[in-house]
Design a protein around this ligand. Sequence first.
Ligand code: ZN
Length: 248
Amino acid sequence: MTEHENKKTFLIGPEPSPTPLANPLFAVHLGMYAVKTEADVDTLYRRALRLEEYLGGLFGEDVPMSRQIAAQHLGVTLYGERWTDAQFEDHIAEMGHMREHGHPRRQYVSVHFHDLRPGQPCAVYQEINKKDGEEQRRVEAYPDGRHLWVEGGEGGEGTGDTEAEVYPFPGLEILNARHGQRAYLISDEMFEDHWKLAQREKCAWITDEIRQAGRQSMCNERKTDDSAYCTWHLNAAILMFPRLFQAK
Ligand SMILES: [Zn+2]
């Protein structure tokens, strides 16, 4: 028998096990793959209670969770990531959000590019999963006023560049270390405003802006193909900002 086979494996079976922590789900949700010391037992017990408090009904009335049961896991060593308490709390928060809203926690990022490159957006707005940084939705803003949208990341659908390679969000620091761009976290309301604009089928020319109320009125004409504006406002825009329409 090898050393590994000799180890206790309560956290992931073999079933049936007399302990309530035997369900493999618990190993995943507690972030405790190794229980080597009495302090580890304390941590395991505390996290199991926290999980019970948060999700409820994990442990049957016949075998309520106790420190004694947690202590039965002393010596369990599996292969997996050991979480810090902060990571465990983050996981609890993620699960709670998932249960309440039906989707993972999200955050919103905007990246502005200072050097205009032909055919490239001057800014992108992204909705990303907090946990894994995966993009859910994206709005691409172009110098000529067009806002295009993409949903479902690479190979997703939308009017924007659905073939573009999409990498998980690397963090603001890394984005801001890249030359010629600036990244910010933005509110979900700000993202939704850009998203709405990208979905809009009418001209995006602002006819009246009431800044204090945060409202904008826009032209009600249909926009022309491949532009953000109706014919009238497209011509006006080209006259006023000719350089923005050269890069296309
Ligand atoms: Zn218009």
